[in-house]
Design a binder for this molecule. Sequence first.
Ligand code: ZN
Ligand code: ZN
Length: 650
Amino acid sequence: MNHISVTLPDGSSRQVPSGSTPGDVAAAISPRLAKAALAAVVDGRLVDLTFPLRQDASVRIVTPESPEALRLYRHSTAHLLAAAVTNLFPGAQCGIGPATEEGFFYDFVVERPFVPEDLDAIEKKMKELASQDLPYERQMWPREDAIRFFGARGEPLKVQLIEEKTAGQPEVSCYTIKDRDTFVDFCVGPHVPSTGRLKAFKLLNASNAYWKGDARNQPMQRISGTAFVSEKELQTHLHRIEEAKKRDHRKLGRELGLFMFHAWAPGAAFWFSKGTTLYNTLANYMREVLFPAGYVEVKSPLIYNKALWERSGHWKHYRQHMFLIESEGETMSLKPMNCPGHFLMYASEVRSYRDLPLRFHEQTPLHRNESSGVLSGLTRVRQFSQDDAHCFVREDQIGEEVERLIRLVQRVYGDFGLPFTAKLSTRPADFLGEVATWDRAETQLKAALDRAGLAYALNEGDGAFYGPKIDCDVTDALGRKWQCATIQLDYEQPQNFDLKYTGADNAEHRPIVIHRAIVGSFERFIAILIEHYAGAFPLWLAPVQVTVLPIADRHLEYAQSVRERLAASGLRAEVDDRQEKIGYKIREAQLQKVPYMLVTGDREASEGTISVRSRTAGDQGARSVDDFVGQALAEIAAKREPEAGLAAAS
Ligand SMILES: [Zn+2]
Ligand SMILES: [Zn+2]
C-alpha cells in the first residue's frame, strides 16, 4: 500500500496509508483528540475530517479550542437551520447560509414571512436533528446531476449558485445531513462531523432580505441566529444582546430627555436642553484638550460654490453625498467636510517653515446626504459636527506630530474609560507620489506608534491612495468595537490647492496635511457614550449633576438657596419642587441617572447642611454644602468616581 508522510504542528511526522483522512490521523494520535476533532487544516486549507489525504501534507486537527472552530460551528448550524426549515416548510427554497461576526443566517424563499412561533418550532426541530447526531456527509456529484437535482426540487437559486460558482468543474460538492431526504445542500464546506456537536445555538429573528442583497431581486426571508462552542459563551452573548437593547441610545435618549428626531428633518437630531448640555460639555472638553496642544479654533462657511468641490475632487467623487443648493444661478453645496475650507484659510497668507505645524480645529456642522434607508439614531445621521482638525506640517515633522496625536487619543479615550486598538494602513497598489516619500512617512508613523507605546496591527496596502493612515477602534463596556479616531496623511490636497511654505532655504515647499479626528462625529460618539455608560454618565458629563430634593414645601426656600450655591460653583443643579413624597423623588432622580441627590428637610435647613445620596453608593450622610461642592469639583476634575464614593474622602 502507498504511504504518505503527514507533518503535525509539533514538527513530528507520521506515515499513513494514502487515502487516510485527518480523522484517521487524529485517532492515531489519541482517542481524546479523535473525539474532540471538528475539522482539519491541511496545507493551510480548512477541510472536513473526512478529507482524503493523497500526498505528503501538513495536518493540524481543529478542535473546539482552535480559532477556526467558531465559524465552523456557526456555518454548520446554518445548515441545521436550513434542514429544519425545509422539513417544516415543504417547498421552501434555500439561498445562502454563511457564518457572520455575530452568528449566522440563512435566506429562504417562503410563501409568507416567518412569525416568532415559526422560529420556536424551527429551533425545536434543529435541537431534534442535533440530538440525532446526524453526520454531515460530503458527496461529490457530477455537476450536471447537481443542477438537474436542484432544478427538479424547485430550487432555481441553488441552480444559479452552482452555475455561477463552479463553471468548468466536472464535479461539485454537496453535503447531506443523514440522507437526501433529510437535507442536501450545495456547499464547498467544511462542516463539523455531525449535528450532535452543535449544542449551543439560538435563533434570534427573521427579517426581510433579497437574493444577493439586491432589492431588484427575489424577496427572501432571513433567519438570523447565533451559535457558540459552549452553552456558557452562548448565554454570555445572549445576555449581552439583552443589555445592548436596554442601553440602546435611541431608547435612553428619549427616556433621559436628551434628543429627538422628526420625520421632517431626517437624519438630524433635535437636542433638548439636557442633550445640548451633554453635547456642549463634550465639545468644550475637546477644546480644553486641544488648545494646550497648540490647536487654534476656526469657523469656515457651511455653503460653498461648486468650484471649491471641483478643486478638491469632491465634485467628481463625492457629489452624490452632498446637499446641493441653487443660488443666483450658481450651484452651491453644504459642506460634507471641513478640509477644503481650511486649505483656503491656509493659502490666504504666506506661510513660513517657522509657522508649522499649523493646526486648525473646527466644530461647525457638516452635512452628508446619506440615503434615508441607512439613517439610524445618532450613529448614522445627515447633520453632525466633529472634533475635526487639519495639521499642516513639514515632512520632517510628521513623526513628532503623529506621536503628539496618539498621545492625545490615549488621553481622551482614557478619560472616557474606553480601551482602544490601533491599526496602521500603508501604501496601496494604486498610490500617489514617490515610493521613497511613502517609505519615509510610514517609517515615521511606525516610530511614532512605538514611542507612544501603542501596539498596532499592520494593514499592508490598505492606505488611501493619497497617504498612509492610523485608525483607532474603541471597545465599549459591552465589548463592542467602534471605529473613532483617524489620523490620515494627505499628499494630494496640498497639490490641488497649491499649498506652500517658505523653507529655511528661502525656497517654496509643499506642506503635508494630516486630517485627524479623535472622537469623530460628536453625534456618533454621544451614542457610543450613552450605550457605554448605559445613560449613567460620570459626574463631569452628566447633564444634571445634582438634584436638590426638598422633603416638604417648607424646605423649598432652603433647597433653592442650596441650588444657587451649587450653580455659583459651576455645578449643574436642579430642584425637584414637585409636591411628591421624598421616596418618589429619589426614585425619579435614580431613573434619570442623576449622580447626586441632596435631601433637604428640617434638620438640614436648621443646621445649614444637606444629606447626600449618590446614584451608585446610596446614602452618604449629612455634610456642609461647601464640603460637598469641594468633593464634587474634585470628582469632576478627576473625571471618574472616587474609589469608595464621596463618604470615604470626607
Ligand atoms: Zn456549508
Ligand atoms: Zn479633512
